[in-house]
Design a protein around this ligand. Structure first.
Ligand code: FAD
Ligand code: NAI
Length: 490
């Protein structure tokens, strides 16, 4: 009887807790709250982009004192560190994106979101011109709106160095659609190689996956591809699996130049074990439909046939950024990107702030930097909002001849709000997945740098990325995908 009573109580507590958790999650995740309406007396804050910089900014921003407008051709945030996993089906595309409207619908004041591409920023008139350039466009053409403040976070585009044939024949790895294209093309190559009576040299070409660029993007993609070969291809395509070859081409003497020497060696030896050919000191000069033309370490020119070509040679500024630089050419003198001061103000443009990959700072173009800048900038806007509020209060107090102590206290608050501290970047370390359940980690620990590679780093990589994912929904989906792959394969 006692046992039954205890069991009944425990069951009741568990049920109540589960119901509470369920209600809490559906209430917070699935039912957006009432919002304050747009207030024409408040300044307009336009945010360009929905990537790392813009999203971390929006997430931390208090919108009460601003009318916020978000413009981006992508109506979601993409968790880029896990993008290589989408190319082979380890993760599903939806698991690593978060709709921008989900974030803005949880803000105090209504935020306007437009799926559109900004085409021009006029820093003198303080306007932004944008247009819906998606497949479905409607009758509205290009629109110009004024801003009081602009947060410029449009990122970068893929660098091709003007090499012929790259745009036509290679796949990039930057957007979700790129990962989808790679996934489709990879399987198409394998199916075509399995087609009956396929000539042997054509099978070898189709099964040759070439990656150009030995930075973290190229290395992580090669690692994911290797996992797909070992875990899935051998089981489901035994007739061609042994023909799959992965080649990574890098112009410099080694891959991952930004990582420590020990981790570079670890990556190169893991790749050698995994039969991933790494061609260093080799530069791609030309891209043809079925072969890349390279200049190797001995300055010899040769052709390497490929089935799938993934191009990952870094970033370059977008056209809109180059146009903005040329409008501010007396101060914007860096070709690499936009110059900002210590408070992320764009040099030469009042009310404009720039964050992330579109800027030229002493930091690497990484998600870590962009997200810290976004959070910092939200703090700056918190202060700008407070300043506006205290200024209003002060003029009311003065108009009603309030007590001098009250005025003085408000002046003090106003001065505090006007005090800004410069941006400071705190490096949390670099992580990269290199395949076969191994990762590398360069971590700034114990006042030094700790370099680690292998299974433990892999567990760290997984937990670090799951905890950095923006929402409970994303974390649940990513964990479920990993489990699904363990049980059912890709
Ligand atoms: P983005 O995140 O690129 O966002 C730019 C936004 O601007 C996008 O929403 C885009 O749609 C929008 N946009 C583009 N043009 C316009 C326009 N004309 N008008 C308005 N909006 C526009 N960094 C790390 O620190 N760790 C990692 O593990 C890591 N892994 C990566 C893996 C891959 C495959 C890639 C490609 C990058 C990775 N990075 C990583 C780098 C990181 O993704 C970038 O540094 C980061 O995305 C930069 O943030 P951002 O906001 O400046 O630009
Ligand atoms: P990258 O700029 O880091 O590397 C590109 C590589 O391509 C360079 O090593 C370059 O020498 C090589 N290259 C250029 N032209 C070439 C040619 N014609 N032939 C052969 N090789 C050529 O670019 P990536 O990897 O796209 O990274 C961009 C940014 O995103 C970096 O700042 C990186 O740190 C960050 N990132 C970070 C990740 C992580 O921390 N895990 C993952 C992916 C990106």
């Amino acid at each position: 009887g006692k046992f039954a009573k205890t069991f009944g109580r425990v069951t009741l507590v568990v049920l109540l807790t589960a119901t509470g958790a369920f209600l809490y999650v559906t209430q917070t995740q699935n039912s957006p709250p009432e919002q304050l309406p747009v207030d024409t007396k408040k300044p307009t804050l336009v945010v360009l982009g929905s990537g790392w910089g813009a999203t971390s900014f929006l997430k931390s921003l208090d919108t009460e004192e601003f009318n916020v407008v978000v413009i981006s051709p992508r109506n979601y945030f993409l968790f880029t560190p896990l993008l290589p996993s989408v190319t082979v089906g380890t993760l599903e595309p939806r698991s690593i994106i978060q709709p921008t409207r989900y974030i803005t619908r949880h803000k105090k004041r209504k935020v306007d979101v437009y799926e559109a591409e900004a085409q021009e920023v006029d820093p003198i008139k303080k306007t932004v011109t944008f247009q819906d350039l998606s497949d479905v466009r409607g009758a509205a053409g290009s629109v110009t709106i004024p801003y009081d403040y602009l947060v410029y976070a449009v990122g970068c585009e893929n660098q091709t160095f003007g090499i012929k044939g790259v745009n036509e024949h290679a796949c990039f790895l930057k957007e979700l659609s790129d990962a989808d294209k790679i996934r489709t093309k990879l399987l198409d190559c394998i199916e075509t190689a399995s087609f009956r009576d396929q000539p042997q040299d054509e099978v070898d070409r189709l099964m040759h996956m070439v990656v150009v660029g030995g930075g973290p993007t190229g290395v992580e993609y090669a690692g994911e591809l290797h996992d797909f070969l070992i875990d899935d291809l051998k089981k489901w395509y035994p007739e061609v699996a042994d023909r799959l070859r992965i080649t990574l081409i890098e112009a410099l003497p080694n891959v991952l130049p930004a990582f420590s020497k020990q981790l570079i060696q670890y990556t190169e030896s893991t790749f050698a074990e995994n039969k991933i050919d790494v061609l260093t000191r080799t530069m791609v000069k030309d891209v043809k439909e079925a072969a890349v033309v390279v200049q190797d370490a001995n300055k010899q020119i040769r052709e390497i046939p490929y089935g799938l070509l993934v191009w990952a040679t870094g970033n370059t500024s977008r056209q809109i950024t180059r146009d903005l630089m040329s409008k501010l050419s007396s101060v914007q003198t860096q070709r690499r990107g936009l110059l900002v001061d210590d408070y992320l103000n764009l040099l030469g443009a009042e009310g404009v702030y720039a964050v992330g990959d579109c800027t030229a700072t002493s930091y690497a173009p990484t998600a870590q930097v962009a997200s810290q800048q976004g959070i910092y900038l939200a703090g700056i806007f918190q202060k700008l909002g407070q300043k506006a509020k205290f200024e209003r209060q002060l003029s009311e107090l003065r108009a009603t001849a309030a007590a001098p102590e009250e005025i003085e206290a408000t002046v003090k608050k106003l001065n505090r709000a006007a005090k800004l501290t410069p941006f400071h970047y705190s490096h949390q370390g670099s992580l990269a997945y290199i395949g076969s359940e191994k990762a590398i980690a360069d971590l700034p620990l114990f006042n030094g740098n700790v370099a680690s590679g292998g299974g433990a780093a892999m567990l760290f990589w997984r937990s670090a990325y799951v905890s950095t994912l923006y929402s409970v929904r994303n974390r649940t989906l990513v964990l479920a995908d990993w489990l699904k792959v363990k049980i059912f394969g890709r």
